[in-house]
Write a protein that binds this ligand. Structure first.
Ligand SMILES: C[S@@+](CC[C@H](N)C(=O)[O-])C[C@H]1O[C@@H](n2cnc3c(N)ncnc32)[C@H](O)[C@@H]1O
Length: 241
């Protein structure tokens, strides 16, 4: 079965996720020792959704986070370019009723300023261009709208960082070979984690991509992090002389 490389070719990435879709949710929980549930809950809290708001959950996979966000009464759309992941989500009873859309994060099929918030959980790292995706997300969000990103990150305490890099990331593909239908995909996972931005670097990229008020918080010693930002509201008449 296939796995993507660090060039993150969109066809290879989509095919790889199609291949792991069946057992994805379970494998994810095993690999994160169940912490993924807590991280999703924190993401929901940071999103701070209100009933009636329109929210895009991008790279939503099987929609596991989308259903959690929808419980707030907001109207949540799950978008992903892996049809395999979306189909798996459609099969789950608790995900029925959540709209699921096939969409590429770099060319979203949504009008400008159509959402109050956009969120990505464990997806941004897989996009071929982080900056293009961040700009595209800014396009579809209303001025004053929110961005919330939950992503695997860099442990902040040096001994943990060493343990993570030298032991846990090396063990990951071995564990995956026992629980995943495509262990090779977890070799990609470790490579993409090693190659990913630090919390500060990602914060800078978000700010450079058209977002204001960028802030982040570490989750579980920095193994994951949530970044949030706001789309600037242009002053009335700005640019008009
Ligand atoms: C690690 S999974 C995360 C799924 C889900 N958000 C979760 O929290 O479990 C990453 C997802 O990103 C999707 N993805 C990667 N690149 C994408 C792109 N360019 N456009 C849309 N989805 C993409 C993959 O298909 C996959 O479902």
């Amino acid at each position: 079965m296939s796995r993507a490389g660090l060039d993150k070719d969109p066809h290879e990435v989509a095919e790889m996720f199609d291949g792991v879709a069946r057992g994805y949710d379970r494998t994810n929980s095993v690999m994160t020792l169940g912490f993924d549930r807590r991280w999703r809950e924190m993401t929901r809290r940071v999103l701070d959704l209100r009933p009636g708001e329109r929210v895009l959950d991008l790279a939503a996979g099987t929609g596991v986070s989308t259903v959690e966000f929808a419980a707030s009464g907001a109207w949540c759309v799950a978008a992903d370019f892996s049809l395999g992941m979306l189909r798996q989500g459609r099969r789950r009873r608790n995900r029925r009723g959540v709209p699921m859309v096939a969409a590429d994060a770099l060319r979203l099929p949504f009008a400008d300023e159509s959402f109050d918030a956009v969120t990505v959980s464990f997806g941004l790292r897989n996009f071929q261009s982080t900056v293009v995706a961040l700009r595209e997300m800014a396009r579809v969000v209303k001025p004053g709208g929110r961005l919330v990103i939950c992503e695997l990150s860099t442990p902040t305490w040096r001994p943990f960082r060493a343990l993570y890099t030298n032991v846990l990331l090396r063990a990951l593909p071995v564990v995956a070979s026992k629980v995943s239908s495509n262990p090779d995909a977890y070799v990609y996972l470790t490579e993409s984690i090693r190659d990913w931005w630090s919390q500060r670097e990602l914060g800078e990229l978000i700010a450079e991509s058209g977002w204001d008020d960028v802030a982040w918080m570490n989750l579980t010693f920095g193994f994951a992090a949530i970044h949030r930002a706001v789309k600037p509201v242009r002053a009335l008449g700005a640019g008009v002389r």
